[in-house]
Design a binder for this molecule. Structure first.
Ligand SMILES: Nc1nc2c(ncn2[C@@H]2O[C@H](COP(=O)(O)OP(=O)(O)OP(=O)(O)O)[C@@H](O)[C@H]2O)c(=O)[nH]1
Ligand SMILES: [Mg+2]
Length: 443
């Protein structure tokens, strides 16, 4: 296999930049380009050495710390060298070029992790967890990814697969040896048990997806009700322009906040109005698009004004979304407003003096967080594969009386194949390429 190399740290200026080399030629390359007290080829594994990196003409590129990690106890399971240098675009690029000139090739995205997977050090679920750790948007998403990397989901799937294999063996023994009526009803409780476990995983996946991808809430309402003021208060900074003039916001403005581990995307929008002005019309279209694409709505009202029929009409049109009605400007004299026949939470707030602003985030997390059980599944690939497995098990359970044992065994094998695809025991190039192409080069 080729020896691969890449810059593993983000591009740009920084304290330290790392170039990683993995493969059988890693040590030879290090011997050629590193000058220090010791020759890397003679050094002990998992040691760090101070020295300098030189190019092929013998010119010093930078001083460095060289990490030597010999197989098999490395990330890729191959000999690995990591060169820590000052992180600047030019030294990193020059050293990488020197490494490539001396026998390595540039790594593809995710290729280091792919090698760990190919060597059987981690399974596919764990490889995907590496990417999830890098991309985690919140503490909870990170915890979920770490659990996945530690093998919690993989172990669960392997146990389910073993149960299915046991059922298949039972069935096949029956098919081959039994002269009597096959006792397939014995497998029914076992199959139902597996189905229940898969269902549990799928139910928790809704929560898992939410924690991983976050949730989007859009602030809507008439012009001048205080949407941008509330948006800024929730962010804790003056991101959107606020003026006393109606129609201040025309574009949609997006920002992320973290509510106790849940990543929340907030979108401030242009106030709802009827208009012939092309600029305002474009703003209105963006507001409508944001409404369509969000999970929930913060419907902002001016508490000093009466709720109109138009407001009620709009509320009804978005009732499939999670809606929180917020009456702003409660610092001014106002009447208690109630919207009849509407099941959304109501809040009375003041963006001006901060009253009840914290309740908005609490209401959002109450609306979207289902329970406190840490979910195991969050990826679309995992959800779809589990659903496929579930379908085969369902077919087997419902066909228990009429299907032949061969057909039953076929369905259960299909389900077991799905679980093998999940962990990567069975896989194909297209799926692998798809998964690893999402990684950055150098991971
Ligand atoms: N008294 C009082 N005034 C507020 C409050 N919140 C916002 N305002 C004022 O209301 C006016 C409009 O606020 P914005 O936040 O720009 O309202 P908006 O809904 O974003 O307006 P558009 O972008 O025009 O749709 C500004 O003068 C704010 O200072 C509040 O809680 N109390
Ligand atoms: Mg605004």
């Amino acid at each position: 296999m080729d020896t691969i190399a890449a810059i593993s740290t983000p591009s740009g200026e920084g304290g330290i930049g790392i170039i990683r080399i993995s493969g059988s030629k890693a040590l030879k390359i290090a011997d050629k380009i590193f000058k220090g007290k010791i020759k890397p080829g003679l050094a002990k594994t998992h040691t760090i050495h101070y020295g300098k990196i030189i190019d092929n003409t013998g010119k010093k590129i930078d001083e460095c710390l060289l990490m030597i990690m010999l197989k098999p106890h490395t990330y890729t399971t191959e000999d690995t060298i990591e060169i820590n240098i000052h992180s600047g675009i030019v030294p990193l690029r020059n050293i990488l070029e020197t490494v490539l000139k001396n026998g390595a090739r540039l790594a593809e995205p995710g290729e280091f992790t792919r090698r760990a997977f190919m060597a059987g050090k981690i399974d596919l679920i764990q490889a995907e967890a590496v990417l999830d750790i890098i991309q985690a948007k919140s503490e909870k998403a990170l915890t979920m990814a770490i659990n996945q990397l530690e093998g919690k989901l993989s172990d669960h799937i392997k146990k389910l697969k073993n149960k299915l294999l046991k059922i298949i063996t039972n069935l096949e023994t029956d098919i081959e040896f039994s002269e009597e009526e096959i006792k397939i009803q014995n497998i029914s409780p076992m199959l139902k048990e597996v189905q229940q476990s898969i269902n549990k995983l799928l139910i928790s996946s809704k929560q898992g997806k939410l924690l991983k991808e976050g949730v989007t809430f859009t602030l809507i309402g008439k012009t001048n009700v205080g949407k941008s003021s509330i948006f800024n208060s929730l962010l804790g900074k003056e991101q959107a322009i606020v003026t006393k003039y109606p129609g201040t916001t025309r574009d949609t403005i997006e920002a992320w906040v973290d509510i106790k581990g849940l990543p929340l995307k907030l979108i401030d929008t242009a106030g709802l109005m009827t208009t012939n002005n092309p600029m305002d019309m474009a703003g209105q279209q963006r507001t409508q698009k944001a409404i369509r694409e969000s999970d929930g709505i913060l419907f902002i009202f001016d508490a000093t004004k009466a709720v109109t029929k138009g407001d009620i009409h709009l509320l009804t049109s978005i009732k499939d979304k999670k809606v929180i009605c917020i009456f702003n400007k409660c610092d001014l004299p106002h009447q208690k407003i109630v919207i009849k026949n509407f099941n959304s939470p109501f809040l009375s707030v003041s963006a001006l003096n901060g009253t009840n602003i914290d309740l908005i985030l609490k209401s959002i997390s109450k609306l979207v967080i289902l329970d406190n059980i840490p979910p195991l599944v969050s990826k679309i690939r995992h959800i779809e594969t589990l659903e496929k497995a579930n379908l085969s098990i369902k077919k087997a359970i419902s066909g228990m009386k009429n299907l032949t044992p061969e057909c039953l065994a076929y369905e259960i094998k299909e389900a077991s194949t799905c679980l093998s695809e999940l962990t990567g025991e069975i896989t194909n190039e297209i799926i692998l390429n798809q998964i690893f192409s999402e990684f950055c080069i150098g991971k």
